[in-house]
Write a protein that binds this ligand. Sequence first.
Ligand SMILES: *Cc1c(COP(=O)(O)O)cnc(C)c1O
Length: 395
Amino acid sequence: MKTTHFDPRTPIDESCFAHDIVQQRDAIPFLDLQRQTETLRPSIEKSVDAVIRSAAFIGGPHVDKFEIDFAAYCETKYCIGVGSGTDALFLVLKALGVGLGDEVITVPNTFVATAATVVHTGASVVFVGIDPETSCISLGEIEAAITPRTKAIIPVHLFGHPCDMQPIMDLAERHRLFVLEDAAQAHGATYAGRKVGSLGHAAAFSFYPGKNLGAYGDGGAITTSDKALASKIRKLRDHGRIDKYVHEQFGFNSRLDALQAAVLSVKLRHLDSWNARRREVAARYDSLLSGIADLTLPKHAENAEPVWHLYSVRTPRRAALQAALDDAEISYGMHYPVPLHLQPAWSSLTGQPISKGVFPVVERHASQLLSLPMHESIRNDEVDTVARVVRSVFN
Ligand SMILES: *Cc1c(COP(=O)(O)O)cnc(C)c1O
């Protein structure tokens, strides 16, 4: 199958109707969840079976256990499991009271959820530019964008690379702003020796199956060490419930279910070794692909230890690179080819035409980036094949 865009929503296990749907697989897939599952199957089955036996499907001991373990992993006091990474972002903003008339600063080079959740609170999204090296939010541009209406900043640890958080937190403190980490791509990454998820006032994680820590369906979590905030979010995710039949406020239904928690608890034990393998793969790509004039490799900051959710290169010759990868049946992704400030959703929302040229670095990156196969189960010979095909384009 020739894939241009990796679509993680493609069904990955069709064994129950294998007689009529035979999934074509690329020679080298972008992500291989089947390989991962094979090594875990006995422990996952045991864990899932325990949930089924207990019949505690919403809340209960499996969710509690995962929340405690994930908070400890992220070096925070609290973790609240929710329905998705999108819900995690939204619920933090709601718990902070962000709404109509407020402004939230974030970047346009991210998954749509980062900005969509702000829109759904009624607040305005204020986009700022990025650091051309790390693709993370630019400190100088945050400072320039702050107004009396600014309520929060959402730095995105894009591709698993932690943002430069200390100066952001200092700035936020001076202006009394909340910092919500979008950590959906960065489970386990560290910044100045501290875990992502513990760096801002709160953080949103996604357990979408393709993330570094992925469930077998949708899931998400919020980490924070702020007790009052944690307690607000806990209520908001469960209809504002404070007691049986008693609702302190109108909330939402967004709970991590026990089956997903059971899967995540098993996988959490492997996360560090999977991230270590991703670092090896990134280092291998780095050494095999270095020294190509027209190819920019992902860089990381000195004080950051990324977890390589994606290995995204940039080249002005992307079309040629795509053609070569297609020919070799190597699948790849693009994160993200349409920056958020250029999304048609804005024109439907505001009636404003899309304004091109406002974020030249973001727009240039969007037209040049391409994510190579990256996951913990990829073999060295596959990495070598990908690198050989990439190199062939530039010779
Ligand atoms: C995946 C992702 C989200 C949303 O998570 P879901 O679990 O899919 O709702 C938000 N932000 C970023 C940067 C993401 O990569």
